[in-house]
Ligand binder design. Structure first.
Ligand code: NDP
Length: 444
């Protein structure tokens, strides 16, 4: 950190209290130090100082009325981080823990992730501290309409294209799109993750999870291994987790645990995904209800306990910093051979160190979970051409993109002196693409 430590110090001083943002930037700066040493042109043009400062940050009031008629006020965010290689692109998160630091960490990660896909997408992220849990459909609609009434001024199919994230699925995207269209009187691909009969892409729903497993396959292949016959756990039981588990099972692994923010279920016979989907996607219930239908399975309070299960493959798909040093050490002790991150930044720096020191194959989020945004990019392409590809076409493209990401990251790791370290590879691979575009475009 010779070149970047001063930049890091200034960033912490200038953005106090944004711990997750500091963590995300620190990891990237550590990885790209050898790039800066080899290419002083990036240092001279202050590419790093520029890339860590969002191009634009919007914070706004979101007033709405609940079903009892009471007025509620939430805070909305959109951080338009980088448009170096395309329109700002990244999801919206609705969760009570959302604050500016969280949105900035996600937006910053998104810049490099989007670059790695090879598609023309810049980086952005947004959301609100609104909690959709326990709200009626009408309340969620009123909130989304109010949120979009402000957001509409800042986004557009060629400017900024939001999508889903925690708490924002098909229902929310529908309400947001409806309000955008009503205000702008334009039917365009301004959001991704849309319904299939109004501009959505096949495979978008499955893309994050399927992509994680395609990436995992690539990592295992490098060691002459496959997914078939392995045991796995996947934390969370939302979009990322459900489709990670689906693909994992299709490829012959046995997934023995899933969780939500209250606790986890352990099903030694293999998780019945149809039950999880019904509980979480249709009834919007809790994962503990699983054991009512499958009494041989057990439910345990506390979501971190899932990492104590003995498995070959760990798939964190819930939220940031869900695996710390202790959980990583437990996984290693229990013989884990691979970790592929579906959630954003789910492993702490200490946990990553434990995995790398112990020779565990480690797929960092930026690379492993880029399938979601990649198919969002494909959705944008289909919207622009007013065409719709088949499931097979979109899935093949997703597989090709995940292969490209793996190759880019592993080659960059090799080239910059960290063979096999995909954290370094993903950071360097993404950075180079964005940095070169910034150099080409002058001081903007
Ligand atoms: P969902 O809202 O569909 O599901 C989130 C799941 O994680 C739920 O089971 C939720 O439990 C659990 N969870 C959320 N917050 C916490 C927490 N603080 N502690 C413990 N469990 C928690 O979100 P997604 O599946 O879309 O997102 C999951 C992760 O994947 C996030 O990190 C997101 O950024 C990342 N991601 C998602 C993409 C997408 O396309 N959807 C793309 C790339 C990354 P509960 O139901 O109890 O809240």
């Amino acid at each position: 950190m010779v070149i970047t430590s001063e930049i890091m110090d200034r960033l912490v001083e200038k953005n106090p209290g944004e711990a997750e943002f500091h963590q995300a930037v620190h990891e990237v700066l550590t990885s790209i130090e050898p790039v800066l040493e080899r290419h002083p042109k990036y240092v001279k043009a202050k590419i790093v100082e520029r890339i860590v400062e969002p191009e634009r940050q919007i914070i706004f009031r979101v007033p709405w009325q609940d079903d009892t008629g009471e007025v509620q006020i939430n805070r909305g965010f959109r951080v338009e981080f980088s448009s170096a290689i395309g329109p700002y692109k990244g999801g919206l998160r609705f969760h009570p823990t959302v604050n500016l630091g969280i949105i900035k960490f996600l937006g910053f990660e998104q810049i490099l992730k989007n670059a790695l896909t090879g598609l023309a997408m810049g980086g952005g992220k947004g959301g609100s501290d609104f909690d959709p849990k326990g709200k009626s459909d009408d309340e969620v609609m009123r909130f989304c309409q109010s949120f979009m009434t402000e957001l509409v001024r800042h986004i557009g199919a060629d400017t900024d294209v939001p999508a889903g994230d925690i708490g924002v699925g098909g229902r929310e995207i529908g309400f947001l799109f409806g309000q955008y269209k009503r205000i702008k009187n334009v039917f365009e691909g301004v959001l991704t993750g849309k319904g299939l009969n109004w501009g959505g892409s096949l495979v978008r729903t499955e893309a994050t999870g399927y992509g994680v497993i395609y990436f995992l396959e690539e990592m295992l292949k490098s060691k002459g291994e496959t997914i078939e016959g392995k045991t796995a756990v996947s934390s969370g039981s939302g979009n990322a987790s459900i489709y990670t588990v689906e693909k994992c099972q299709q490829l012959g692994a046995k997934v023995v645990g899933m969780s939500d923010s209250n606790g986890y279920v352990h099903d030694p016979e293999g998780i019945r995904l149809d039950t999880v989907r019904r509980i979480k996607e249709i009834e919007r219930g809790r994962i503990k209800e699983y054991v009512e239908e499958h009494p041989h399975a057990t439910y345990h309070e506390g979501w971190k306990g899932i990492w104590s299960l003995k498995v070959d493959i760990a798939l964190p798909n819930a939220t940031e910093n869900e695996i710390g040093r202790e959980e990583a050490e437990l996984l290693v002790k229990n013989g884990v051979i691979a970790v592929a991150e579906g959630a954003n930044m789910p492993s702490t720096p200490e946990a990553i160190e434990v995995f790398l020191e112990n020779g565990v194959l480690f797929g960092p989020a930026k690379a492993a979970n880029a399938g979601g945004v990649a198919v969002s990019g494909l959705e944008m392409a289909q919207n622009s051409q007013r065409v719709a590809w088949t499931f097979e076409e979109a899935d093949e493209k997703l597989k090709g993109i995940m292969h490209h990401i793996y190759t880019t990251a592993s080659e960059a790791a090799e080239e910059y002196g960290a063979p096999g370290n995909l954290v370094v590879g993903a950071n360097v691979g993404g950075f180079l693409k964005v940095a070169d575009a910034m150099l080409d475009q002058g001081l903007v």
